[in-house]
Design a protein around this ligand. Structure first.
Ligand SMILES: *[C@@H]1O[C@H](CO)[C@@H](O)[C@H](O)[C@H]1NC(C)=O
Ligand SMILES: *[C@@H]1O[C@H](CO)[C@@H](O)[C@H](O)[C@H]1NC(C)=O
Ligand SMILES: *[C@@H]1O[C@H](CO)[C@@H](O)[C@H](O)[C@H]1NC(C)=O
Ligand SMILES: *[C@@H]1O[C@H](CO)[C@@H](O)[C@H](O)[C@H]1NC(C)=O
Ligand SMILES: *[C@@H]1O[C@H](CO)[C@@H](O)[C@H](O)[C@H]1NC(C)=O
Ligand SMILES: *[C@@H]1O[C@H](CO)[C@@H](O)[C@H](O)[C@H]1NC(C)=O
Ligand SMILES: *[C@@H]1O[C@H](CO)[C@@H](O)[C@H](O)[C@H]1NC(C)=O
Ligand SMILES: *[C@@H]1O[C@H](CO)[C@@H](O)[C@H](O)[C@H]1NC(C)=O
Ligand SMILES: *[C@@H]1O[C@H](CO)[C@@H](O)[C@H](O)[C@H]1NC(C)=O
Ligand SMILES: *[C@@H]1O[C@H](CO)[C@@H](O)[C@H](O)[C@H]1NC(C)=O
Ligand SMILES: *[C@@H]1O[C@H](CO)[C@@H](O)[C@H](O)[C@H]1NC(C)=O
Ligand SMILES: *[C@@H]1O[C@H](CO)[C@@H](O)[C@H](O)[C@H]1NC(C)=O
Length: 329
């Protein structure tokens, strides 16, 4: 019964379309072929089917035959789904039935089963992708109907979706590429010139914040966002026995990678003695110092004490004290 209803509906719309020269008759429904004319049978319809992917534009409140026509008028249209209840038409850029699923109240049709002569003077149209054929004073003309390219949004991938002229696509939170993020909703409109319009690029790189310091290491690089790198090297007087430097990278999760340097003070070894001098040292690693003073009974006429420093290259500085025995008075 449902089928008969649709059949009657289709026929009446067919009439008012480009009906002039087309004689047709309708068979009682027996196979999926549902319209016959003096041409070969045409119009292959799958009942209660809907294609879930590849939709590039849709129309509300139009007849099934107008839906077929809208598809025929467009180069990329390969198939259509139609809601018989809502009179809603969905045009698809693909006819791969992998994405066709059962859905009550819908029909699916592969456009190759419909003849171009349904378009009347537009039947031989040669409109490029993004345009459709329209009649102006009976003459076919190509008019922009869709935005051809997906909008070039930096660092985001746009899900497949509508791109009819005047269509607005809204994304609550656009899915940005790995390492990028957004915190506002995006709306973009396919303008009548066939170009997308949107405001700012929605996706910005994830921020890791300033990189941490490593004790006794200097860093080169002050980037703070995804893929930024900072190179750490021990400052002079310090070294890591295993590596000379490490690079940390700002990762897509907003954390810096955690390579680390263990910058240890350079060792000068134990300090040497100076003859007849005592020493007071505060360590053997950079920047330790050792202070020499002549022991009692000895003195250096030029200095009462000298300080040697453990230098950044691991050698003690070479100041010296010349302690001579005091001549008894
Ligand atoms: C669409 O129909 C045409 C002609 O019937 C056929 O060649 C083509 O394979 C069909 N497409 C799919 C995906 O079934
Ligand atoms: C249809 O799509 C499926 C899954 O994407 C793919 O494996 C298959 O090759 C496609 N068939 C045709 C005819 O393109
Ligand atoms: C369609 O247009 C293209 C380029 O504009 C042209 O090369 C081709 O011959 C045309 N085809 C027909 C059937 O008019
Ligand atoms: C992000 O977008 C900019 C601008 O399109 C591009 O130069 C850059 O390579 C993109 N980055 C990544 C990681 O894709
Ligand atoms: C798009 O909107 C403009 C301005 O409102 C209108 O003139 C034009 O006819 C519309 N185009 C389509 C295809 O709806
Ligand atoms: C980051 O480093 C560059 C090059 O070394 C320098 O020109 C720039 O001023 C630095 N920016 C900040 C915020 O320190
Ligand atoms: C990133 O750092 C935060 C805070 O230190 C931590 O809770 C989170 O697990 C880290 N993420 C990954 C992927 O390591
Ligand atoms: C660094 O990260 C790796 C992998 O996430 C983890 O196994 C390791 O324990 C971390 N090292 C430090 C010092 O946090
Ligand atoms: C001073 O040095 C000389 C030479 O090494 C040594 O013989 C002498 O014992 C030293 N004097 C003292 C008080 O250590
Ligand atoms: C030793 O003393 C020097 C000079 O006062 C100081 O710079 C250094 O940090 C000290 N080193 C140690 C290990 O205390
Ligand atoms: C260590 O550095 C000092 C001061 O720059 C220099 O005089 C000395 O020759 C260096 N020693 C070595 C072994 O490189
Ligand atoms: C310390 O070493 C430097 C270079 O090795 C040398 O020129 C200088 O004379 C030395 N000073 C002393 C007091 O030995």
């Amino acid at each position: 019964m449902h089928r008969r209803l649709l059949t009657a509906f289709v026929v009446s719309m067919f009439h008012s379309l480009f009906g002039e020269n087309v004689r047709y008759q309708v068979n009682t429904f027996h196979t999926e072929k549902f319209i016959e004319t003096d041409h070969e049978p045409f119009g292959n319809i799958a009942w209660n089917k809907f294609m879930t992917e590849w939709e590039f534009t849709e129309f509300c409140k139009i007849s099934f035959m107008n839906c077929v026509t809208e598809c025929l008028l467009r180069e990329p249209c390969e198939s259509l789904s139609y809601s018989t209840k809502e009179q809603q038409c969905f045009l698809h850029e693909n006819s791969n039935t992998t994405n066709v699923e059962d859905r009550e109240g819908y029909v699916y049709s592969n456009i190759t089963s419909w003849p171009k002569f349904l378009l009347g003077p537009c039947a031989t149209h040669n409109c490029s992708i993004g345009k459709k054929c329209v009649l102006e004073d009976g003459q076919p003309r190509c008019e922009i109907s869709e935005c051809v390219d997906l909008p070039a949004l930096p660092n985001a991938s746009i899900p497949y979706g509508h791109r009819g002229v005047n269509d607005t696509r809204a994304y609550e939170r656009l899915r940005c590429d790995v390492g990028f993020t957004t915190d506002w909703d995006l709306e973009m409109t396919c303008r009548t010139e066939g170009q997308w319009k949107y405001h700012n690029p929605p996706c910005r790189p994830v921020s890791c914040g300033p990189s941490n310091d490593i004790l006794h290491a200097s860093k080169i690089g002050n980037g703070t966002v995804y893929l930024a790198t900072v190179v750490y090297t021990c400052t002079s007087g310090y070294s890591d026995p295993e590596v000379t430097s490490v690079t940390r990278r700002c990762q897509d999760d907003g954390n810096w990678s955690n390579e680390t340097l263990n910058c240890q003070a350079v060792s000068c070894g134990s300090s040497e003695d100076i003859l007849n001098a005592s020493k007071i040292e505060n360590g053997t690693v950079y920047p330790a110092t050792v202070v020499y003073t002549c022991t009692s009974g000895y003195s250096d006429p030029e200095a009462t004490s000298v300080t040697r420093r453990c230098q950044d290259n691991g050698s003690w500085s070479n100041e010296t004290l010349n302690c001579q025995g005091n001549i008894p008075q």
